[in-house]
Design a protein around this ligand. Structure first.
Ligand SMILES: Cc1cc2nc3c(=O)[nH]c(=O)nc-3n(C[C@H](O)[C@H](O)[C@H](O)COP(=O)(O)OP(=O)(O)OC[C@H]3O[C@@H](n4cnc5c(N)ncnc54)[C@H](O)[C@@H]3O)c2cc1C
Length: 514
């Protein structure tokens, strides 16, 4: 590589969560005398202003930046998240929990094979729910939280053997105000040399010879040139779509919701350490507790409900008084045909959209940045790098898409047209194959390095009441009474371990109150 070909300037268009996550990690990883980074954002356009629930890998991103987790939580009104409670998804009145943490490994350490041992005792009439084998779920249901590192050692030692090892598979993420998170990262990035240009981009100039982006024209007539452009401009995809005409692959035939209405409300009652998702007649409603308010919203399909009815549904189900007028958002589920096109990489809402049912959007920004740093180009953006980035990003998007479709497809609800349509729809082959395998013998097939692992698929497949026809016959090797006793021991160990966690509010008050 010649010195001349090095990327010397990066322009990031957009100052939402995506733009400032990009600026922060690039500023951390690239020396400022090596690369100049500009973020262009327009106060007039603003940000999407929603997005409050995250998943555990975000902790790695924060660690890569060297952030102090408690400081970040104080600055963003954050709380802890142990998983998602799903209400009325499989059928009205039914509830299940999709926890973080690895129930399969935790049980393996205690010499049990999940779900096979559980399926076996179930076939012998024991209907204890699967979720009693998850420490995350039990701590969440008790309204408690603790970071394992803060567990009182003495308390741990007093408890049953095995309790300590259970905590190593315990996992957590955060609920926070994503706008405050972006602001927090903005300060971080600016302190490391990133320059912020508060202007509107009015034109994107392409190089005639190869169609690469050459420069951005701003509304004051100034021009920003760069070697590499990161499009974080939100749904509009200012660079990737409006300028480069990359194209969009729609998934609305599988994920028909196309609108959301968001309403924050006052906190009333204890801070639950989990997100709640309640299926409604035309979509689903989220509830996300932050320190200063509760985030609520209804993701719905406009073919089945009007905006006014959707807003009335959310307003009628709030725990406390609303703190703002309902805000409506429109979206089309799907992805850009290429996430990286020429010298432009799209991140965040500019790259595609999947509804926030499993809180995956901010994670996809993080993954995009990881891949970009792994495949960091020179100014020519070699097609081989671009191709690899698009391959892994597509794989990630599609596997998450399958996981979200599973929630809609595996329902017994027939009380509303949306659910009847979803029950009947055909699903992507990759998901259909997984479902066949699981229905046969409770086995979870995984593709490559997909985000959701066996415990996640198990929680949602069993939660949505998909019952395997058989269990693995190897589970029959042990006498049934031994398997029963072993599982009972695990349940008791988990109950014991869960009791050592303090209440979620008390933990926040002690460590990270805003
Ligand atoms: C209803 C809903 C709920 C969601 N919930 C979650 C959740 O719980 N968890 C999760 O992980 N994700 C969630 N998301 C997704 C999450 O909100 C986004 O991934 C995240 O906020 C990133 O947004 P962004 O930065 O890509 O875009 P935006 O926030 O829209 O930012 C776009 C930026 O581009 C700038 N811009 C645009 N055009 C121009 C221009 N011409 N000139 C200059 N600047 C310009 C804007 O000013 C703004 O700064 C949700 C999304 C929706 C719609």
């Amino acid at each position: 590589m010649t010195v001349d070909a090095r990327v010397r300037t990066i322009a990031i268009v957009g100052g939402g969560t995506a733009g400032w996550m990009a600026a922060a990690i690039l500023a951390r990883r690239l020396r400022k005398d090596f690369v100049r980074i500009d973020v262009i954002e327009s106060a007039e356009i603003g940000t999407v202003g929603v997005g409050e629930a995250t998943i555990p890998p975000l902790r790695l991103f924060n660690q890569a930046l060297g952030l102090d987790e408690n400081d970040m939580l104080r600055a963003t009104q954050g709380t802890f998240k142990l998983g998602i409670e799903f209400r009325d998804w499989s059928r009205l009145g039914h509830t299940y929990f999709h926890p973080f943490g690895d129930v399969v490994s935790a049980a393996r350490r205690l010499r049990a094979s999940l779900p096979q041992d559980w399926l076996r005792i179930r076939s012998h009439g024991d209907h204890t729910p699967f979720e009693v084998y998850s420490l995350n779920t039990q701590v969440a249901r008790a309204g408690c939280f603790v970071r394992p590192r803060d567990l009182d050692e003495e308390a741990l030692n007093r408890r049953a053997a095995g309790s300590a090892s259970l905590w190593s598979d315990f996992s957590y993420a955060f609920h926070f105000d994503a706008a405050l998170y972006a602001e927090y990262l903005r300060k971080y990035a600016q302190a490391r040399g990133v320059s912020r240009i508060e202007r509107k981009v009015v034109n994107v100039e392409l190089r005639p010879e190869d169609g690469f982006i050459r420069a951005l024209r701003l509304d004051d007539g100034a021009q920003v040139e760069a070697d590499l452009f990161i499009d974080c401009s939100g749904f509009r995809g200012l660079l990737i779509e409006q300028a480069l005409k990359t194209g969009y692959e729609e998934w609305t035939h599988w994920l028909p919701c196309d609108r959301a209405v968001a309403v924050p409300s006052e906190n009333a009652g204890p801070l639950t350490p989990f997100t709640r998702s309640t299926a409604r007649s035309a979509g689903w409603q989220w509830r996300i507790p932050l320190q200063h308010r509760v985030g609520n919203g209804y993701v719905y399909c406009s073919r089945h409900i009007s905006d006014d009815e959707a807003a009335a549904t959310v307003l009628s189900g709030l725990d406390g008084t609303p703190r703002a007028e309902p805000r409506f958002l429109r979206f089309t589920t799907g992805r850009r045909r290429q996430f990286w096109n020429r010298n432009c990489i799209a991140l965040g809402l500019a790259s595609g959209f999947m509804e926030p049912l499993e809180s995956t959007s901010i994670h996809l920004i993080q993954k995009g940045l990881t891949h970009l740093l792994n495949l960091f180009p020179d100014r020519h953006c070699a097609p081989v790098l671009v191709r690899e980035y698009n391959r892994v990003a597509t794989e990630e998007y599609e596997r998450i898409r399958d996981f979200i479709i599973l929630h809609y497809k595996a329902t017994a609800r027939d009380d509303a047209p949306l659910w009847r349509e979803c029950r009947e729809m055909s699903v992507p082959d990759t998901l259909a194959y997984k479902l066949r395998q699981f229905r046969n013998s409770g086995r979870v097939v995984r593709y490559g390095s997909e985000l959701f692992a066996t415990p996640n698929w198990l929680a949602v497949m069993l939660g949505q009441e998909i019952w395997p026809q058989h269990y693995d016959t190897l589970a029959d090797q042990r006498p049934i009474d031994e398997t029963r006793a072993n599982l009972e021991h695990i349940r008791a160990t988990i109950r014991d371990a869960a009791e050592s966690a303090p209440r979620h509010e008390d933990y926040i008050a002690r460590h990270c109150r805003a």
